[in-house]
Design a protein around this ligand. Structure first.
Ligand code: HEC
Length: 122
């Protein structure tokens, strides 16, 4: 009886660790649903502190490439690669300093909308 309780505890603990360390998309997309607008994107850029490394709309550090003009620089009109950067930076560049923020799909769309709007107003 006690052993099974202990084992159940371990399983629950491992499950929680899994959600924290490597959350599956379905979990992110249920727990982090946002309005995919440029306005939300601007808030998310603050929340995740992208400007600690990137310059966006003229503000922020230059530890990483500036994101001003990023949606114009690419020759990919559907921004597939940009979305992948936001989803899993290491999938594009294995040794990148860019952290994986475990963004949900709607968060990615919101940030992309913000970056597109930012470039449109340039
Ligand atoms: C700890 C620093 C850091 C933070 C914080 C960070 N990034 Fe990055 N990011 C990088 C680095 C470094 C690169 C360049 C990739 C490389 O060459 O390794 C990069 C690359 C990118 C790219 C691709 C740029 C290109 O030229 O194709 C995008 C888009 C991007 N980051 C968006 C974001 C967004 C949005 C956030 C906030 C949610 C963010 N980053 C937060 C470091 C950071």
């Amino acid at each position: 009886m006690k052993l099974s309780l202990f084992l159940t505890g371990i399983v629950i603990l491992l499950f929680i660790l899994w959600l924290l360390i490597s959350p599956p998309r379905i979990w992110l997309n249920t727990t982090k649903v946002v309005e995919p607008t440029a306005e939300t994107g601007a808030q998310l850029v603050e929340k995740y502190q992208c400007r600690n490394c990137h310059r966006i709309a003229g503000n922020g550090a230059l530890k990483a490439p500036t994101l001003d003009g990023i949606t114009l620089r690419s020759d990919d009109p559907l921004h597939v690669t940009l979305r992948l950067w936001l989803r899993n930076p290491r999938a594009i560049k294995g040794d990148t300093a860019m952290p994986n923020f475990h963004l949900s799909d709607s968060e990615i769309e919101a940030i992309l909308a913000y970056l597109i709007e930012n470039d449109r107003s340039r």
